[in-house]
Design a protein around this ligand. Structure first.
Ligand code: DX5
Ligand code: ZN
Length: 216
């Protein structure tokens, strides 16, 4: 499968969100990645559902929602109401991950599980066949524009092996510090979906950058 590109709205110009979403709509973007934070699970707060309601109305691409919050299962109805295609929850935020994944599916969405940089891939062994995607964080979550953690490349290879051995259909997504260099190496290692914030929205020509990332 050709890899997918999911620009992260966190790096957009919040004063002109409609313009940036219009750019996303006419680009080769596959999914729009939305980062929701709570100031507890991560040391930052981004945007919440009242803002995302307008984003969802304007955006013509599938929505990939990354919840960096404690007790993400509380917000399954709100994420569903956005019309989200994918709901990503953190492994570290879910004591009863299997139950949460089931509840996301019952709501009619695809379920993704996200690992922080320090959480090993092997912990996914007993859930890998139940999830639609694994998101590997390649920075500590909370902020855009951070430096890519190189060890993520090894984790992509390890996850690819776990998926193949188990017969899982899960996609591999990577988020944090993705640019043309790290993106190319991630795709070579087996990544299916690249999230890109700063490298897209701070580029002189974001549509051209999305095209370049898509062409890796
Ligand atoms: C970070 C978020 C990312 C962020 C990536 O916690 O999950 O999605 O927007 O931004 P860049 O690509 O600039 O590292
Ligand atoms: Zn994210």
């Amino acid at each position: 499968m050709n890899h997918l590109i999911a620009p992260s709205l966190l790096s957009a110009d919040f004063g002109h969100l409609a313009q940036d979403i219009e750019m996303i709509n006419r680009s080769e973007t596959d999914w729009l990645h939305l980062d929701i934070m709570d100031g507890v699970f991560v040391p930052n707060i981004s945007f919440g559902f009242p803002v995302l309601k307008y984003v969802a109305e304007l955006c013509q691409k599938p929505l990939d929602v990354h919840l960096m919050i404690v007790q993400p299962e509380k917000f399954i109805p709100e994420v569903k109401a956005l019309g989200a295609m994918m709901m990503n929850v953190h492994y570290e935020a879910c004591t009863h991950l299997h139950r949460v994944v089931g509840a996301i599916h019952d709501a009619g969405m695809k379920a993704g599980v996200t690992l922080n940089p320090s959480t090993p891939v092997c912990l996914l062994r007993d859930i890998i066949c139940d999830v639609d995607m694994v998101l590997l964080m390649s920075v500590n979550p909370g902020f855009g524009g951070q430096k890519f953690i190189e060890h993520t490349i090894d984790k992509v290879r390890e996850l690819r092996q776990l998926i193949e051995e188990s017969g899982s259909k899960a996609l591999i997504q990577v988020d944090g510090g993705v640019n043309l260099d790290t993106g190319r190496r991630l795709v070579e290692a087996g990544a299916d979906v690249l999230v890109a914030g700063n490298s897209v929205f701070k580029a002189p020509d974001p549509v051209a950058m999305i095209h370049e990332l898509k062409s890796l």
